[in-house]
Design a protein around this ligand. Sequence first.
Ligand SMILES: Cc1cc2nc3c(=O)[nH]c(=O)nc-3n(C[C@H](O)[C@H](O)[C@H](O)COP(=O)(O)OP(=O)(O)OC[C@H]3O[C@@H](n4cnc5c(N)ncnc54)[C@H](O)[C@@H]3O)c2cc1C
Length: 411
Amino acid sequence: MADKQIQDTPEQAAFREQARAWLADNRPGDPPVRLPQSALEIMTQEQLAYLQAWQKSACDAGLVGCDYPVEVGGGGKTDCQRVANEEMLRARTPYFPNIIGLGMAAPTVFYHGQDALKQRLLPRLFSGEDIWCQGFSEPGAGSDLASVQTFAERKGDKWVINGHKVWTSLAHFAEWMILLLRTDKSHKYDGLSYFVVPIRSALGKGVTVRPLIKMTGETGFNEVIFEDLEVDDAFRLDELGKGWQVAMTTLAHERGAGQLVTPRAGGMTNKSSHITTASALVRLAQATASDGATAADDPLLRDRMMQQFIREAGLAANQRRARVPALQDNPMRLSLQNKLLMSEIAQDTAGLAMDIQGAASSLYLGDPNAPAGGQWPMAYMNSFGFTIAAGTSEVQRNILGERVLGMAKSK
Ligand SMILES: Cc1cc2nc3c(=O)[nH]c(=O)nc-3n(C[C@H](O)[C@H](O)[C@H](O)COP(=O)(O)OP(=O)(O)OC[C@H]3O[C@@H](n4cnc5c(N)ncnc54)[C@H](O)[C@@H]3O)c2cc1C
C-alpha cells in the first residue's frame, strides 16, 4: 500500500498504476504442489518450476530489477522497486525463487563487476533463469566470516580452488555462486578475494553439492566441496586481496542496509500456509477450542497475543522510518534493528502458536489431525534459522552496540 508519509513521485505513481493493473490480470494461480514457507527451502523441481515461471513473467512485466540501468537488464527507473514490492505484497503473489541472486549477488555484481560481466549475468539473474547461491560460511567461519579457508591458488590467468563451504542455501539448483575465499594465507582480511563461480556446469568436475537435512525434514541448504576447480580470473570481482570490501556490499544488502532495494514479493499461495503474524495467531486461537471455550478466551494467551500486535506495530513504524532519507545518518541503524526485531518477533509468534495449540502442536505436516495443516510447528522450527542467517542476533546486537551506539568493542 502507498505510504502515507512518503508520497509517490509522478514516475512512481504511474508505475504503481501500471503494476497494479498488470497484477490484477496476471497474478499466478494456485501452485500445483505445496510450497515451502520460504524460498530458501525450495526442494523439488516442481516447486522451482512454478516459482521460476512466476519470476520470469514478473520480470518481463518490469517488476524485477526496476532500479537497475536498462543496459544490464533493469528497468532504468528511480526508487520503483519499493513500489513494485508493495503492489506484489498487496496482490499476495508468491515469492521469487532467486532470493539470493536478487538480494545479494545482483547488487554486488552491479557495484563491483566489469561491464561485460554485468551484462552477461544480470539479465538471467533478474528473470530467475539462473538461480544463485552464496558461498560464504564454512565449518570454521560463520560469525567470524573473515576466517574463511577455502583457498584459490593462481595459475596464470586461472585460479584453482579447494575448500569446503556449508549452509549454502539453494546450491542444489544454483547455476552461479558468489564465493568468498582466501588468496593469501599471511593476511586475515587483506588475504580474501571475491569471485562469481559457475557451479552447475562444474558439478562432478571439481564441485560436489551435498544436501543437509534439517529437523523440519527440508533440504534447503547444502555443503559444497571444491576440489581443484579451475576458474577464470575474469570472474574475480575484487582488486586482489580486497574481497572483504566486496563482501561488505553483499552483507549490507543481506541485512537490508544496502542502497538497492531487493525485489521481494510477500504473501503465500498455499491455502494452508501461514505468515507468522499476530492476526494469524488470533485466527488460530479462535479455532482452538476445549471444554466449551476457545484459546482466544484465555486471558494469559490474549495478553501475549496483544504484545505481539504491539511489537508488530512498532516494527512497521520502524520500517517506515527506515525509508525516510533524513533518518539515514547511519545506514546500519534502522535496518539492523529491523532484521533483529523481525526475526525475533517471528520466532516468538510461532512459539506462541505452539502454546495455543498445546499438545496438538506435536502433530506435523501430513497428519490429518494436525491443526492448520501442521504448518505452525514447521514455522516454529524454521524460526530459529531466522535469528542465525545473515548474522546471528548476538552479532547484530554487537554491531549495533559498537558501530551505531559507539560502545566499547566486545571481546
Ligand atoms: C536458514 C539459514 C540459511 C543460511 N544460508 C546460508 C547461505 O546461503 N550461505 C552462507 O554462506 N551461509 C548461510 N547460512 C549460515 C549463516 O550465515 C551462519 O550460520 C551464521 O553466520 C552463524 O555462523 P555459525 O553457524 O558458524 O555460528 P557461529 O559463528 O559458530 O556462532 C555460534 C554461536 O556463538 C555466537 N557468537 C559468535 N560470535 C559471537 C560474538 N562475537 N559475540 C557474541 N556471540 C557470538 C553466535 O551468536 C551463535 O549463537 C545460513 C544459515 C541459516 C540458519
